[in-house]
Design a protein around this ligand. Structure first.
Ligand SMILES: [Zn+2]
Length: 254
């Protein structure tokens, strides 16, 4: 079929060529020196260079058991989250409303954390409150350092209570670990970047001597999904960088 079509096409070209014979006699004699044509410099197109080294912002997919309030607004600012910073309120009571009031009194732009986890005083034991910063992906005001990186790229979570006096309640721990596992998976936060406030280098006792970050990291590692929404595994994200054996095991697997 294709050959027949090509054949027909060739025939029609030949026919057309033959038909134009009558015009060639009136054409001027060919010159072989040719006219001098001043060609403008052909502009060289600028190559499109992809910015290297920028980490794409991971757009979250929400598992069925995750509250809708944990997912930012669709038109929110796109922010790269690199750290999760755990705090305690160092007060026996409290909740988002109380901290919002206290932080505004300091001249801040509202409650500085992204999430607050109640202890049964102002809010229910283990209740997770999502502050107004989170839906719009606003930077935190909870972990000031000279370069401000933990405020710009750190998700701030506050446990209500004074964890120098007592550990977080069982319900607070359960809520914290579920939240941290979801956030770490969604924003691809490394296990070693789950921090207590004092691990940012700030001179503080926060989140208290009885908040066990190593325990939180270990529990969260078990809860994290094996495969992320984009199909990649999170093995390198869950490994604790401070554990040389974990690093060795990964190297062997590669
Ligand atoms: Zn703190």
């Amino acid at each position: 079929m294709a050959r027949r079509l090509i054949g027909l096409l060739l025939c029609s070209i030949v026919t057309a060529g033959c038909g134009s014979n009558s015009h060639t006699a009136s054409l001027p004699k060919p010159t072989f020196t040719g006219p001098v044509v001043n060609r403008p410099n052909t502009p060289v197109p600028t190559p499109v260079v992809q910015a290297k080294g920028t980490v794409p912002v991971f757009i979250p997919s929400r598992p069925a058991n995750v509250p809708a309030a944990w997912v930012p607004l669709a038109n929110a600012e796109k922010r790269q989250w690199t750290w999760i910073v755990v705090h305690h309120s160092a007060t026996p009571t409290g909740g988002m409303a109380a901290f919002d009031k206290a932080h505004k009194a300091k001249g801040w732009d509202g409650v500085g954390y992204h999430f607050v986890i109640g202890n049964g005083t102002d809010t229910k034991d283990g209740q997770i409150e999502v502050t107004p910063r989170w839906p719009i992906q606003k930077h935190g005001a909870h972990a000031k350092t000279p370069d401000n990186q933990y405020n710009e790229h750190g998700i701030g979570i506050c446990l209500v209570g004074n964890m120098d006096d007592h550990p977080p309640t069982a319900k607070q721990m359960a809520s914290l670990e579920k939240l941290v596992a979801y956030l770490a998976d969604t924003y691809r936060v490394k296990q070693s970047n789950i921090l207590g406030h004092k691990m940012t280098g700030k001179q503080t006792d926060c989140p208290g001597s009885m908040t066990n970050i190593a325990q939180i990291r270990s529990d969260v590692a078990k809860m994290r999904r094996a495969v992320l929404a984009d199909g990649s595994t999170n093995a390198d994200l869950t490994a604790d960088a401070t554990d040389p054996n974990a690093e060795l095991m990964q190297t062997a697997q590669r």
